[in-house]
Design a protein around this ligand. Structure first.
Ligand code: FAD
Ligand code: FMN
Length: 775
C-alpha cells in the first residue's frame, strides 16, 4: 500500500511510524510544510492511559518520550492574594518540538519517507496513494476541500488566548487569575522541560478589546502579559514562537465535530485524523492524546481486517465508529472545562472564596468527583470539607472529622434542613378524586424515614381540571386537606424530615391516561376541557386547549391561593410552584408554547407576567418564615425555545418576587425536544443560575450517588440536590449512601437501628470478597 500523511504533527507522524512498523513493505510518507525544527507551540501534557497504549504499540518511542518527560503532581491556584496547592494529580509534560523530533527520528529509523517544506494544496498531488491521511491540523485544507462530505461543524468560542512560553521553571500545574479594571485574565502554566514552561493567557473577548489588545502587535501584547503576571513571573520573560503569525497572535478556540471522517476521491481513500477531525479545548489538555489514539486505532483496525487495499473501506468505517465514541466523551468533558474558563470572571471569580474557587476549578469538567479528589489528596480534601462544614455552621467533631458536604445542614428562612438531599416530587397517578390514601401515606412515610432532609409528594393539582390524569393528587377540598394532614403529621411525628408541597396545574398536558393504561395518551372518556397560554395541542391527536382569558387567569390564581392556604393550615414546611415541564405556567414561559400577542406573550417580562402573578398571590398568603421554591424548565432543548440564559432571567424575576430557591429541571415542554442526557446533566443550569443570579438552587436529574451530590454541593453548583428515581428504587437511599461512603453520623430510625451495622458489615464483606472466575 502507498500511504501519504499530509501534515507531520503528532497524528501524521505517529500513524506513519506505526503502519511502517506493522507492515514494512508499505510505502509511507509524511509531507510537512514546515522545516523539521519549526513548530508552533510549547509543551503538551499527557495522561498515563495514553502512555500505556504507546508503550504497547511502540515501546521504543514510548521509552524515548518517557525519558524526556517532566512529571509533576501538584496543581497550584494563585487567586486573590492566596496560593492554594493540592497534590496527586499526576501529569506528564513534554515540549512539542521535542516530541515531534522523537517521532521524526523514529519514522526515519523505520523507513518512513519524510518530506519537509512542502505545502500541499490538494490530495490530487498524490494520485498513486491508496490511503491519504488528512493529518493537517485544525485548519485542514483537505477537510475544507471535501466539506460537503465531511460536513464539519466548527464552533468558534468567545474567549481569546495566546500560547506563550517562559524560562521560569514551575513545579506545579499553575492557574493564575488576575483582575484588571476591565475584568479577569487567567494563565494556564506548566513546565515541560528542564528550563521552560508553557504559559497560556486567556480572557474574554470584551476584556481583550477593553484593553485594546486587538490593536497591539505581538511584542506589545507580550509586554502586557508580562506586566499583568509580573508577580508570578518573578522577573522572568514571556516568549512567543508564533512569529510567523500576523497581528497579536491571540486566537479563538474552534470546537470541531465532523459528520464523516473518510471519502474516496476516485484514486485514494482520504481519512481525517487528529485535529483535522475533531478538537478538544486545552483546558483538559487532550488534543495530542486524541491524535495519538486516532493513529493507534486506525493501525489496530488494519491489523484486524488486513493490510490489503480492498480492506481499506471496512477499516476506515470501523476506525470512525470506534473513535467517535471516545472523542465525544472527551469533547463533552472538554466542553464543561472550557465553559468554566469562559464564564469564570462573571460567574465565580468575584464571588467565590479561594477555597471553593479551587474546588470548583478542579471539578470543572464534572469528570473528577469528590471521592476522586480524596484519592488524589486526602489531606487537602479533608481540610476543604472542614472549611465547608464550618461555613454551613457545623463545628468539627471531637476527632476533627467534618461531615461530607451533602450531610451539612442548610437553613432557608426559618426552615432548617438536616442535610442537602431532597426527595424530588414524583407523580404516582394513584389517587381517586385527588385524594391521598394509604398508598400515599406509606409511600411518603417510607421515604421520610429514609434519611433525606426534605420530602416532596408529587405535583398536587389546584383544581379537578388542573390534573394530568384522573390519578393525580389534588388540594381543592377539605377531605384532601385532612388526608394530607395525616401524612404531614406522620412525617413530623416519626421522622426528622421536613415535608414540602408542590402545587401545579397541568394546562395543555391534562386529561391524559395514567401511564400504565397508555403513555402519552389522552383520556377516551371523561376528559375535561383544557386551557393553556395558547391554543396548541401537545401532540397532534391530543385535545386542543383553549387560550386562557383574563377570567380564566383570575380563577386559576384563586385556585392556587386557596390550595396554598390549605397547605399552610395542614402545616407543610415549604411550598414549591411547579412552572416547568410544559404544564400551565411553563406554557406561558416558553416561546414554543406561548404565541400570545397581548401583555402575556412576547418579551420575557410578558411571558413571566402570569406565572409571577400566581407566585406573588401565593407568597402573600404563605407564612413569611417558610420558604418557597419555583421549579423551572431551565432548558427547552429545542431551537427557538428557552435556554439557560432565559431561565436565568426568569429566575431573577422570581427571586425578586420572593422565591428562595429555584429548582432547576429541564425539558418536557414540547414533545420533540432533544435533551442531552448524562450524569448530573442539568446541574450546569443550576450552577449558572445560582452563581450568576445569586439565588439558592436545587439541582436535579441523574444525581444518583453520594459522590455526585457531594461534588455538586461542595463546588457551590447548588444548595440542595433533589433525587427522584433512585428514591423509587430505594426509599432508604440516603441511609444507604451514607453507609457506602463511611459517614457514620447519619441517624437511622430507632426502630431500624439493628439493621444498620449488619448493612455496613455486608458492604465491607462485598468490597473485600474475592472475584469468582466465571466457569
Ligand atoms: C494553546 C494550545 C495548547 C495546547 N495544549 C495541549 C496540551 O497541553 N496537551 C495536548 O495534548 N494538546 C494540546 N493542544 C492541542 C494539540 O496541540 C493538538 O491537538 C495536536 O497537536 C493535534 O495533532 P495533529 O497532528 O492532529 O495536528 P497538528 O499538531 O496541528 O499538526 C498538523 C501539521 O500539519 C501541517 N500542515 C498543515 N497544513 C499542511 C499542508 N497543507 N501541507 C503540509 N503540511 C501541513 C502543520 O504544519 C502541522 O505540522 C494545545 C493546543 C493549543 C492551541
Ligand atoms: C415517576 C415520576 C414522576 C414524576 N413526577 C413529577 C412531578 O410530579 N413533579 C415534578 O416536578 N417532577 C416530576 N418528575 C421529575 C422528577 O422530579 C425529577 O426531576 C426527574 O425524575 C429527574 O430526576 P432523577 O434523575 O433523580 O430521576 C417525575 C419523575 C418520575 C420518574
Amino acid at each position: 500500500m502507498r500511504i501519504v500523511c499530509i501534515g507531520g504533527g503528532p497524528a501524521g507522524l505517529y500513524f506513519a511510524l506505526l503502519m511502517k512498523k506493522q507492515h514494512p513493505t508499505h510505502h509511507v510518507s509524511v509531507v510537512e510544510r514546515n522545516r523539521p525544527f519549526d513548530t508552533f507551540g510549547w509543551g503538551v501534557v499527557f495522561s498515563d492511559a495514553t502512555m500505556q497504549s504507546m508503550r504497547q504499540w511502540d515501546p521504543e518511542t514510548a521509552a524515548t518520550i518517557e525519558d524526556a518527560f517532566n512529571h509533576w503532581d501538584d496543581i497550584e491556584l494563585v487567586f486573590k492574594g492566596r496560593k492554594i496547592r493540592t497534590s496527586g494529580h499526576g501529569f506528564v509534560g513534554i515540549g512539542r518540538k521535542k516530541m515531534l523530533n522523537i517521532l521524526q527520528d523514529r519514522c526515519l529509523e523505520l523507513g518512513v519517507e519524510l518530506l519537509f517544506e512542502r505545502d500541499v494544496i490538494s490530495d490530487d498531488e498524490f494520485p498513486d496513494a491508496d490511503l491519504i491521511i488528512s493529518s493537517d491540523g485544525v485548519n485542514s485544507r483537505m477537510r475544507s476541500k471535501y466539506a460537503d462530505i465531511f460536513r464539519p461543524d466548527m464552533q468558534m468560542r468567545p474567549n481569546r488566548y495566546i500560547w506563550l512560553g517562559t524560562d521560569k521553571r514551575f513545579d506545579a500545574f499553575t492557574f493564575d487569575f488576575r483582575r484588571t479594571e476591565h475584568g479577569w485574565f487567567q494563565a494556564h502554566i506548566y513546565r515541560f522541560d528542564d528550563s521552560t514552561s508553557t504559559f497560556i493567557v486567556e480572557t474574554t473577548d470584551e476584556v481583550f478589546r477593553a484593553h485594546g489588545i486587538d490593536a497591539m502587535d505581538q511584542d506589545q501584547s507580550i509586554a502586557f502579559c508580562e506586566k499583568l503576571f509580573a508577580e508570578t513571573l518573578d522577573g522572568h520573560r514571556l516568549m512567543s514562537n508564533a512569529r510567523h503569525m500576523r497581528g497579536s497572535a491571540w486566537l479563538n478556540f474552534g470546537r470541531l465535530i465532523c459528520q464523516r471522517w473518510s471519502h474516496f476521491n476516485g484514486n485514494s481513500h482520504v481519512v481525517l485524523m487528529g485535529d483535522s477531525a475533531h478538537t478538544a479545548h486545552f483546558a483538559i489538555g487532550s488534543g495530542t492524546k486524541l491524535a495519538i489514539d486516532d493513529a493507534i486505532e486506525l493501525t489496530r483496525q488494519f491489523d484486524i481486517a488486513g493490510h490489503d487495499k480492498p480492506d481499506i473501506p471496512a477499516v476506515l468505517a470501523a476506525y470512525e465508529e470506534v473513535r467517535r465514541v471516545d472523542v465525544a466523551r472527551i469533547q463533552n468533558a472538554a466542553r464543561n472545562a472550557m465553559e468554566w474558563f469562559e464564564v469564570v470572571g462573571e460567574r465565580y471569580a468575584d464571588t467565590l472564596e479561594p477555597e471553593q474557587f479551587m474546588y470548583s476549578m478542579l471539578t470543572r469538567s464534572q469528570r473528577i468527583s469528590h471521592e476522586n479528589l480524596r484519592l488524589r489528596d486526602k489531606t487537602w480534601l479533608e481540610g476543604y470539607e472542614r472549611w465547608f462544614a464550618e461555613r454551613a455552621g457545623v463545628s468539627p467533631a471531637p476527632n476533627g472529622a467534618a461531615p461530607p458536604p451533602m450531610f451539612t445542614p442548610f437553613k432557608v428562612r426559618d426552615l432548617k434542613l438536616a442535610n442537602r438531599i431532597v426527595v424530588s416530587p414524583m407523580a404516582m397517578y394513584s389517587a381517586t378524586d385527588g385524594l391521598p390514601d394509604d398508598f400515599h401515606l406509606v409511600h411518603i412515610g417510607a421515604r421520610a424515614m429514609g434519611g433525606a432532609a426534605l420530602i416532596f409528594p408529587e405535583m398536587t393539582c389546584v383544581s379537578p381540571d388542573a390534573r394530568i390524569t384522573p390519578g393525580c393528587l389534588g388540594l381543592w377540598n377539605d377531605e384532601q386537606a385532612n388526608a394530607f394532614k395525616r401524612m404531614v403529621d406522620f412525617v413530623h411525628r416519626e421522622t426528622s424530615a421536613k415535608i414540602g408541597m408542590q402545587l401545579g396545574h397541568a394546562g395543555r398536558k391534562g386529561a391524559t391516561k395514567v401511564p400504565w393504561e397508555g403513555d402519552d395518551e389522552p383520556l377516551d372518556d371523561g376528559a375535561w376541557p383544557l386551557i393553556s397560554a395558547s391554543a396548541l395541542p401537545y401532540l397532534p391527536h391530543w385535545q386542543t386547549p383553549r387560550t386562557m382569558t383574563r377570567d380564566d387567569m383570575d380563577r386559576v390564581v384563586a385556585d392556587f391561593v386557596r390550595a396554598t392556604e390549605r397547605a399552610r393550615h395542614i402545616g407543610f414546611d415549604m411550598l414549591e410552584l411547579h412552572a416547568a415541564h410544559g404544564y400551565l405556567l411553563s406554557s406561558f414561559l416558553s416561546p414554543l408554547t406561548n404565541r400570545r400577542d397581548d401583555e402575556y406573550g412576547g418579551s420575557h417580562e410578558n411571558r413571566a407576567r402570569f406565572p409571577l402573578e400566581v407566585f406573588r398571590a401565593m407568597r402573600a398568603v404563605w407564612p413569611a418564615g417558610k420558604p418557597m421554591s419555583v421549579r423551572l424548565s431551565t432548558h427547552d432543548w429545542r431551537d427557538g425555545g428557552n435556554t439557560p440564559e432565559d431561565a436565568a432571567i426568569f429566575s431573577a424575576m422570581f427571586k425578586e418576587a420572593g422565591a428562595d430557591l429555584i429548582d432547576c429541571s429541564s425539558g418536557q415542554v414540547v414533545d420533540d425536544d432533544q435533551p442531552v442526557y448524562g450524569r448530573m446533566y442539568q446541574t450546569p443550569f443550576s450552577d449558572k443560575i445560582r452563581n450568576e443570579i445569586d439565588v439558592s438552587t436545587i439541582a436535579v436529574g441523574a444525581i444518583s450517588e453520594a459522590d455526585h451530590a457531594n461534588s455538586i454541593i461542595a463546588a457551590g453548583r447548588a444548595d440542595l440536590c433533589a433525587i427522584a428515581r433512585p428514591h423509587l428504587a430505594d426509599p432508604s437511599f440516603v441511609l444507604h449512601e451514607a453507609a457506602k461512603i463511611g459517614y457514620d453520623q447519619q441517624p437511622w430510625p430507632k426502630q431500624y437501628l439493628s439493621a444498620r451495622q449488619q448493612y455496613i458489615n455486608n458492604l465491607t464483606r462485598a468490597a473485600s470478597a474475592p472475584v469468582v472466575a466465571k466457569p
